[in-house]
Design a protein around this ligand. Structure first.
Ligand SMILES: [Zn+2]
Ligand SMILES: [Zn+2]
Length: 330
């Protein structure tokens, strides 16, 4: 399953925390790093982050990065992956180099920075043991999806924020479950063999309480496939009719969409001027794509609290399954 929470407060910096929980393993993904957003997660969770995805590098999305870097710069065991639009390798390199490094030679932290361009993904690896001085070439990646792992995949779109702002969509792979009634009807007792059923790469016979049974037959009898969860993250972008059409098919079927609602409907001219979107535009996108639900975040700090509820109402008039993040208690 995919669990998520929007970090930060309305009218302040925000970020998104996602955990892809397979039951056996938890993958942790962080989207943006606004000021004060990541601290409350605690060092133990932050040190397990697999991928940090930046939409873009305006200060309100990166001001909390030092806190993340501090607990992860010399992380052992697995590299930290950072993603963002064109320019990300340069920007991250400068940030890594913005500290005095004089005790680093024996340390082992490794960072891989991925830069999402229109037609390809460039990557570079940098090491704490070298004071992050060298950009080692890393394998360039695919554009669709940008990341494909056994448990989940991530795809991206480059939105228009007077320059690119990256939107991300995470899709969990379909889940394989043992149908409880069919298992009961088969007369077989659960055991370690159940795990083998779900490992589709494993074929042949399997030992089930002393008898040897064929995996393919057991799978056909007992397994059911259910779709995985999905979540999309879109922030800091201009959503005009052209973009509405381009994004609708990409978001179709998405369960949860976390989307900026920088401006109220009546402030549409400001949205155009600042390359942001309004509540009404975002709700219209959710309606057209028929998403499961829409969570609005990243509200402009210009609005007093009593306006927030009006903004939610105007979105709900277009797409009723709209809410603010539950943690906001609004
Ligand atoms: Zn921005
Ligand atoms: Zn922003």
């Amino acid at each position: 399953m995919i669990e998520h929470s929007v970090l930060g407060r309305p009218g302040g910096d925000n970020a998104l925390w996602v955990r892809v929980n397979t039951g056996q393993k938890i993958h942790r993904l962080l989207f943006d790093c606004g000021s004060g957003c990541v601290g409350p997660l605690g060092s133990a969770e932050l040190q397990e982050v697999d991928h940090l995805f930046f939409s873009h590098f305006h200060m309100d999305h990166v001001a909390g990065f030092d806190g993340f870097f501090r607990v992860n710069f010399n992380r052992e065991g697995k590299p930290v992956h950072v993603w963002g639009p064109a320019g990300t390798i340069d920007l991250m390199h400068h940030r890594f180099r913005g500290f005095w490094w004089n005790l680093h030679e024996e340390q082992t932290g490794s960072w891989v920075v991925h830069e999402i361009q229109e037609d390809r993904v460039l990557a570079a690896r940098m090491e704490v043991s070298e004071a992050f001085a060298v950009r080692h070439p890393a394998e360039d990646g695919e554009i669709e999806p940008i990341l494909s792992l056994p448990d989940y995949r991530v795809s991206a779109r480059l939105l228009d924020h007077r320059g690119p702002s990256v939107a991300y969509r995470v899709d969990e792979e379909p889940r394989l479950n043992v149908h409880p009634e069919r298992l009961a009807a088969s007369g077989l007792r659960p055991g370690p063999w159940i795990q083998k059923l779900k490992e589709l790469g494993v074929t042949g016979p399997v030992e089930v309480h002393g008898q040897s049974l064929d995996l393919a037959l057991l799978r056909a009898d007992l397994l059911e496939r259910s779709p995985g969860n999905s979540i999309a993250y879109l922030t800091d972008f201009r959503l005009d009719e052209d973009w509405m059409e381009r994004l609708t098919p990409w978001l179709t079927g998405c369960e949860v969409v976390i989307c900026e609602a920088q401006y109220a409907r009546s402030d549409a001219p400001l949205a155009v001027q600042h390359h942001h979107s309004t509540t009404a535009e975002v709700a219209e996108l959710a309606r057209r794509a028929g998403v499961g639900r829409l969570e609005l975040f990243h509200l402009s700090r210009r609005y007093p609290e009593f306006i927030w509820k009006d903004m939610l109402r105007e979105a709900r008039a277009i797409f009723p399954r709209t809410a603010f993040p539950p943690a906001w208690n609004l």
